[in-house]
Design a protein around this ligand. Structure first.
Ligand SMILES: [Zn+2]
Length: 401
């Protein structure tokens, strides 16, 4: 049997299957119930949120005649009448789809608008779905506007776009607009869980949450990731570990180890670890960026422990970040961040990034011996005076709060 990707197999064909878009469904239900159906709809939202899928469901809702052939527009299209089935199969002569990204010119729009005056062949409404509508040229928009100002009663337009602000207000003002929202992580995870059930695939809950987080609210992206996770699953089980590996969740173990060594003042140890990472193929600049990321994480954990419930972090990262957040004071973390950040520019400018990284690590280890500005003030030491007693000639442990 031919394998169909999940995003296609589970493409919603009615509003019940369309998750997370309650506002749209409610508004459209009211419009249908009161017989005040707009002439044009605008669907906006990020890529992969389901704009064209929604457009097709609206086309079905407006054209459904019910299983007995006598029904009117409905929020629950029957799915069995000729209009429903032909729209689902993308072959209804009265439902025309155009991708504005490849048909931007006024000629394309004129050609389309020429057909507007003809009555639908078999459907109730002739429906024009124009995807990526913001790509139309100004002339094309003007040509479209004339039709939108006086649309024939048998015509409905459904526009879809990722960038509503690029659409002229004259067009916008003539559309009923629906902003399709990103699906939140819990809802998306639940959706993936259902699909795994239907596909007879077992998956760790954390694995599905990881996929949902990575998909950033897009159902389509989450299903593509799930496809990949299924392909990689060993023993027919999707694990959090394999998903983390798949979506490139960084393994921060080495970075944490280096920071701990450094903050203990063990310069030789830190240099050896950096060298080892380099020999194993780590790019010094990326390594530094990992250090920044980890410092940022520890700082966030320190100010808001809720960060620790972020499942995109591995168990090890969470535990280590918590431990370091307890040990390091905020001024120390701020200084570490600044030194690392400054190092990024130095590494970029240096003929040998590895040498620059090593020099930076040495500097950070030695800075461990310096008091923070607050400590200088507290101890009454004149900061402008030569820091003779503090000019350690061996690195010391970073001050622990
Ligand atoms: Zn139907």
């Amino acid at each position: 049997m031919e394998y169909r990707v999940l995003a296609r197999k589970y493409r919603p064909s009615n509003f019940d299957d369309l998750i997370g878009q309650e506002v749209l469904v409610r508004t459209l239900s009211n419009a249908i119930a009161s017989g005040r159906i707009a002439h044009a709809f605008l669907l906006t939202g990020i890529r992969g949120i389901g704009k064209t899928t929604t457009a097709r469901i609206i086309a079905r809702a407006l054209n459904c005649i019910g299983s007995d052939g006598k029904g009117g527009p409905t929020i629950s299209p029957c799915g069995v009448c000729p209009n429903c089935t032909m729209i689902a199969e993308d072959r209804h002569v009265d439902v025309l789809e155009m991708d504005a990204a490849s048909h931007t010119g006024v000629g394309d729009i004129r050609e389309l608008i020429d057909t507007v005056r003809y009555l639908p062949t078999s459907a109730r409404y002739k429906i024009y779905i124009i995807d990526e509508v913001h790509m139309l040229s100004n002339n094309a928009f003007n040509a479209l506007l004339k039709t939108l100002e006086e649309p024939p009663p048998h015509v409905k337009f459904i526009f879809a776009t990722t960038e509503a602000r690029k659409i002229p207000v004259t067009i916008l003002s003539r559309c009923q607009r629906f902003d399709l929202k990103r699906i939140n992580t819990e809802m998306l995870t639940e959706h993936l869980k259902n699909i795994c059930g239907k596909e007879n695939v077992s998956a760790e809950e954390e694995a599905l949450t990881l996929i949902s987080v990575a998909a950033e609210g897009s159902v389509r992206d989450s299903l593509s990731l799930l496809d990949q996770a299924i392909a990689r699953a060993s023993d027919d089980k999707i694990t959090a570990g394999s998903v983390r590996q798949m979506i490139g969740g960084a393994d921060n173990t080495a970075t944490f180890r280096l920071l701990e060594t450094l903050l203990r003042g063990d310069v030789a140890g830190a240099l050896a670890q950096a060298k080892e990472a380099y020999i194993n193929g780590a790019d010094p600049l990326l390594f530094l960026q990992d250090c920044l990321e980890v410092t940022h994480l520890i700082t966030r954990v320190k100010v808001a422990s809720v960060v620790l419930s972020d499942v995109s972090l591995s168990e090890h990262d969470r535990a280590t970040a918590k431990q370091l957040a307890e040990q390091l004071s905020m001024p120390v973390l701020a200084r570490l961040w600044q030194m690392l950040l400054k190092g990024v520019g130095e590494l970029r400018a240096a003929p040998s990034p590895l040498a620059a990284l090593e020099m930076l690590l040495v500097r950070i280890a030695y800075a461990a011996a310096l008091p923070t500005p607050a400590e200088v003030i507290r101890s009454g030491v004149d900061a402008s005076a030569p820091a003779a007693p503090l000019a350690a000639n061996s690195p010391r442990r970073w001050r622990i709060s």
